[in-house]
Write a protein that binds this ligand. Structure first.
Ligand code: FDA
Length: 308
């Protein structure tokens, strides 16, 4: 119930305003977010790489409301990628992109414009020696995101895409994608979705995750196992062995600031572990989804109000 409220608040302009003016503890926000500036992100990349981890960088922002801002988001990504390339970090740090941040929801024709911007991001990733993964937003954008990923992969076959196991359609999407050799990041899903399109119970979402993961492990693509769930992490290891995949045939992914010890444990055991690192000033939606995932974070958040 609380998590549904928080997810609704993540999309509410009024709630956004209330949280942004509240004295939210900086420490709490910075637990999940590397910082506001590009150099904060690069510093986080350096620190994680030294610890044997890889990175996917996310410039925070979603539901961009005008084309000029969408251009700014594109330019931040291309600038970041040039910076990663110049620092020789491209082999270990890629970027994650939300099509809504690139202006996909601005009305007629905006999907094609967002795709052009995503193409510019891919064109900057290539010389930096790295990859791009398209994040997945709520179910109304699933078809468009999958179509954009397919269009980008025609020129940049290393473009990856996220699938969410809470959606009833995802098993079928896995079956389609696994024949394309695509990089697929499998997550449970972080948005408030109706029962008609999404499983509502934890058990159903987890069982769907296992079914999808089995398909991906047995397919031709590169599975990216994005979860902090210890049971699913164990199952992923077992499914990889069963499918005859070595440790270089898949990777684990987790969010910055969540289960850091587990990230290091897996990396120490020879697994590839990529940490999703968000940065930028527009942290509200991302932060609220992290609160919604874990009631303990909410208590921590409420205690931090007034101490910020
Ligand atoms: P679950 O929520 O069951 O958590 C398992 C355990 O992990 C918890 O018991 C707790 O120990 C720990 N944990 C999880 N979340 C926590 C939190 N916020 N704070 C503290 N501890 C926490 N979603 C989406 O819809 N579209 C996307 O594009 C992406 N992209 C993405 C990239 C990567 C790399 C990751 C890891 C996740 C995403 N997600 C996402 C988010 C995803 O859908 C999901 O909401 C979170 O990963 C939480 O689900 P878990 O699989 O971790 O399981």
């Amino acid at each position: 119930m609380l998590s549904r409220l928080l997810l609704a608040a993540a999309r509410s302009p009024a709630a956004r305003q209330a949280v942004l003016v509240a004295p939210v503890g900086r420490d709490l926000v910075h637990r999940f977010i590397a910082g506001e500036e590009r150099e904060d992100a690069v510093r986080a990349v350096d620190e994680l790489i030294v610890r044997g981890l890889q990175v996917s960088l996310d410039f925070l922002g979603e539901d961009t409301t005008d084309a000029a801002h969408a251009d700014t988001v594109r330019d931040e990504y291309t600038g970041l990628l040039a910076r990663l390339g110049a620092a020789g970090l491209g082999r270990r740090a890629e970027v994650s992109v939300k099509l809504s941040a690139l202006g996909a929801n601005l009305g007629r024709g905006s999907g094609a414009e967002a795709l052009d911007r995503a193409r510019a991001v891919c064109a900057a990733a290539a010389p930096a020696g790295t990859t791009v993964t398209l994040d997945m937003e709520d179910h109304r954008s699933t078809d468009a995101t999958l179509a954009a990923a397919a269009a980008l992969r025609a020129d940049y076959p290393w473009v990856g895409v996220v699938l969410q196991s809470y959606l009833r359609r995802t098993e079928a999407d896995c079956r389609e994608l696994l024949q394309t050799g695509c990089r697929v990041r499998l997550v449970k899903g972080a948005y408030l979705e109706p029962g008609g399109v999404a499983f509502q119970s934890r058990g159903e979402v987890d069982r769907s995750y296992v079914r999808c993961l089995r398909l991906l492990m047995e397919g031709d693509g590169y599975p990216m196992v994005a979860t902090h769930d210890p049971r699913l992490i164990d199952i992923a290891g077992a499914l990889a062995v069963r499918a005859g995949r070595g440790q270089d045939g898949y990777e684990f992914q987790m969010l910055y600031g969540i289960r850091t010890e587990e990230q290091l444990r897996l990396a120490g055991a020879g697994e590839t572990v990529r940490v999703y690192v968000p940065y930028g000033g527009d942290w509200y939606g991302y932060f609220m989804r992290r609160l919604a995932e874990r009631p303990a974070n909410v208590a921590f958040f409420l205690r931090s109000l007034g101490h910020g």
